[in-house]
Design a protein around this ligand. Structure first.
Ligand code: GLY
Length: 463
């Protein structure tokens, strides 16, 4: 948690952006895993954390913009809570620590909202991504779920995105700490990447690092020799000599900020010439992309430059052909990298995806493409100082996708389909770093870069 002035200032800024009405920020509740008392580890809603800082369940923050009033709705601890959970600080004490000085029981929330509606005020809320919050909002506003989802406030959503995208110094410090945990996770995975070790064992150990040094992993760990499957959460494999292990993982630190790194390494540090060639193209793509990052440049354009490097690099290997500009215009590199170059990072790994990925990553000037590959770029708009963004190019050989394009004669002018069969067992390589946009360019969120060249990786694994 930050100093109370941080939350007070953020709410003041929010009030300037949302001109009138009532803002209702919904905290999360506990979510049962397999029976009510056995819950998933509690995670507060990120926008609630950003504006109200409190990380316990069943809290609601109401900001009355018209009357410049702020309320926290939540229930004070009971003797039962203290018996089961200990002598915790009271809700009143905790709410004062974030500058929310008026605390009311949850039972009074519906009356407050009803009174606001009756007096003709707009109730602004963010799109609820949890069913529990959809139901509560439905009851508060007397609407069905479809109406609740459609009725979220665009004005509030845009205001929250504007504020949360620009990271404050205190947030960057938290992100650095999340980066440090992520660094340790990946270094451990690399060192463990030896023939005969179970993927599950490595995944479990690095997830343990996230839990022991922070809250949890920042998203479900991707760790597999089948790196061609972009979000592969299966860890059933045993590491085999000659294969690559792709690890895409990160940590959420104790103050809920995320890191997200990817490295792909050869089992035992024993690279084949083919693996070295592909690795070096992806390395060139990530380094060029990071070099291009600066305020004012659309991230869409950097994604395109990464595609250029990938396409040209594969052309040098005889796997692609033809005019590069035409290939880029037709989306040919997407066969090898069907995902976007990166996404905003912050309290969420895909920062604010719950508010609408296109609202976060695009605007009137830079519109989202519908072309395969380009359409998966989560963040395309112009970069600004203090944006934090992931940079994660990759090259994958997905046999089913290659066969589909071949049969449907997609981009045949640009792809040597006959040569690709030699790569059907290759897997995929992705490299990912987390970057802050600075005044003049960029810097890594966690200043120590994970081993990334073949030499650095081999030294790490063999050392
Ligand atoms: N690194 C996981 C993701 O971006 O979805």
């Amino acid at each position: 948690m930050f100093a109370k002035e941080t939350y007070i200032r953020r709410r003041e800024e929010l009030k300037k952006k949302v001109k009138s009405g009532i803002i209702l920020l919904m905290g999360n509740g506990e979510a049962p895993l397999n029976y009510p008392d056995n819950t998933y580890s509690f995670r507060q809603d990120s926008s609630f954390l950003y504006f109200a800082g409190l990380d316990t369940p069943d809290l609601y923050c109401v900001i009355d913009v018209d009357n410049n009033n702020e309320f926290l709705f939540g229930n004070e601890l009971t003797i039962d809570d203290i018996v089961w959970m200990g002598n915790l600080p009271s809700l009143k004490e905790r709410s004062e620590s974030v500058g929310l000085n008026r605390v009311l029981p949850v039972s009074e929330l519906s009356g407050t909202i009803a009174a606001a509606l009756k007096s003709g005020k707009v109730v602004h809320y963010l799109k609820p991504y949890r069913h529990r919050n959809q139901i509560i909002l439905g009851e508060l506003l007397n609407k069905n779920t479809a109406e609740i989802l459609a009725g979220c406030s665009l004005e509030l959503t845009k205001a929250v995105i504007d504020l949360r995208l620009i990271k404050e110094d205190c947030e960057l410090a938290e992100m650095e700490s999340a980066g440090e945990i992520g660094y340790l996770m990946h270094l451990t995975a690399m060192k463990m990447c030896q023939q005969g070790i179970a993927e599950r064992e490595i995944a479990g150990i690095i997830e343990g690092i996230a839990v022991s040094k922070g809250n949890r992993v920042s998203f479900t760990t991707i760790l597999s020799q089948n790196g061609q499957t972009l979000h592969n959460h299966n860890h059933d494999g045993i590491l085999q000599r000659g294969r690559l292990m792709l690890t895409d993982a990160g940590a959420e630190n104790v103050n809920y900020y995320a890191s997200d790194f990817t490295r792909t390494v050869a089992v035992g540090g024993q690279y084949s010439p083919k693996q070295i060639d592909i690795h070096n193209i992806v390395l060139q793509a990530i380094n060029t992309a990071i070099d291009l990052i600066r305020p004012g440049i659309p991230y869409r354009d950097i994604h395109r430059e990464a595609y250029r490097i990938i396409f040209d690099g594969l052309k040098d290997l005889g796997l692609t052909k033809g005019n590069t500009e035409d290939a880029l215009a037709n989306g040919a590199p997407a066969l090898f990298m069907p995902h976007g170059l990166g996404h905003a990072l912050g309290l969420d790994t895909h920062d604010m995806e719950d508010l609408g990925e296109t609202l976060v990553g695009y605007d009137d000037e830079i519109q989202r493409s519908t072309l395969f590959g380009y359409k998966s770029l989560r963040f395309g708009k112009k970069l600004k100082e203090r944006h934090v963004i992931t940079v994660e190019p990759g090259i994958y050989f997905i046999p089913q996708l290659i066969e589909k394009w071949k049969q449907e004669k997609i981009n045949t002018d640009f792809i040597h389909f006959d040569k690709l069969e030699n790569y059907y067992n290759f897997g995929g390589i992705r490299l990912e770093d987390d970057v802050i946009v600075t005044k003049e360019g960029s810097m890594l969120v966690y200043p120590k870069r994970l081993p990334i060249t073949i030499e650095e990786i081999v030294e790490t694994i063999k050392g």
